[in-house]
Design a protein around this ligand. Structure first.
Ligand SMILES: Nc1ncnc2c1ncn2[C@@H]1O[C@H](COP(=O)(O)OP(=O)(O)OP(=O)(O)O)[C@@H](O)[C@H]1O
Ligand SMILES: [Mg+2]
Length: 259
């Protein structure tokens, strides 16, 4: 479906189909403007990156577009359909999954149970009841295998390394079958071996048709896996383009280095 007049938002400046898009998204916390009328378009079927200095509004952007916090103004659409103001579970149902900068797993549950529970919107009990269903268990194990942590299936999440917990959180997100995945700093605090795995996994999952929007400070990872990069500074985009262009953009260097 192409963007329908009226419902569609976004700059419309790109030829690729729109995935997640915002127009004038604004959010202030007291006197701090976290998002300053941000108008952004991410591309369907691509690996998009959202980069920018600390405090530039990246996580707030994810929180607003996934319905976790209410923006003060502006609109959000997904694949041309307006989703502004929808509750998080409805946005998830529309096909958007996300991970958190401070990874969210149940520390005293096994890795396998974490994946089973994460996939179910009915809460913990429904999740555990569903866990008895063989097909679900097989699917959950399949994701653990895909992420290279199947040997930890029976280990409590709190006994896994930070990087392993991040992979576990991602397994839970993937279990619910999102078409679009938002990752908030997947490489943060992760050791180099797991970093490579995350990078190649994103490319594989993208080749299978998933769209990604990745917030990340590790520039090597961003530049090696992204098709399209959006750069935030002080709550709004200041540049966008392919990695090769972004790498040498003066505004980007200025935002990061303060020059
Ligand atoms: N819940 C909140 N209450 C008050 N201020 C907040 C809140 N969340 C974010 N902020 C402020 O909004 C601004 C943007 O923060 P945000 O976390 O979105 O940045 P970020 O780009 O994700 O940064 P980082 O790269 O460090 O994760 C910052 O000045 C931050 O202190
Ligand atoms: Mg952040």
């Amino acid at each position: 479906m192409t963007g329908t007049a009226g419902a569609a938002v976004g700059s419309g400046a790109t030829s690729a189909a729109q995935s997640l898009a915002t127009v004038g998204l604004t959010k202030a916390f007291g006197g701090v403007t976290a998002l300053d009328a941000a108008t952004v378009t991410f591309r369907q079927g691509e690996v998009n990156a959202l980069i920018g200095p600390n405090g530039s509004g990246k996580t707030t952007f994810f929180n607003c577009v996934t319905g976790m916090i209410r923006p003060d103004g502006g609109r959000t659409s997904y694949r041309g359909e307006e989703i502004t103001g929808r509750a998080p579970h409805l946005i998830a149902r529309a096909g958007i999954g996300r991970t958190f900068q401070l990874c969210r797993v149940f520390p005293r549950m096994s890795a396998l149970d974490n994946v089973l529970v994460a996939a179910r919107s009915g809460g913990l009990w429904n999740g555990l009841r569903g866990a008895r269903r063989r097909a679900e268990v097989d699917r959950a194990r399949g994701w653990l295998t895909r992420l290279g942590i199947e040997h930890l299936a029976d280990v409590e999440a709190r006994n896994m390394s930070w990087g392993q917990q991040k992979l576990l959180e991602l397994a839970g997100v993937l279990m619910s079958g999102p078409e679009t995945v938002l990752l908030d700093e997947p490489a943060g605090g992760v050791n180099p071996a797991l970093l490579d795995r995350i990078g190649s996994l994103v490319r594989e999952l993208n080749a299978e048709g998933r769209t990604f929007v990745i917030v990340e400070h590790n520039m090597d990872l961003v530049m090696s896996i992204s098709d399209h990069v959006v750069v935030f500074d002080r709550g709004r985009p200041i540049a966008e383009g392919p990695p090769s262009v972004i790498r040498s953009d003066e505004r980007v260097l200025g935002a990061y280095l303060g020059v």
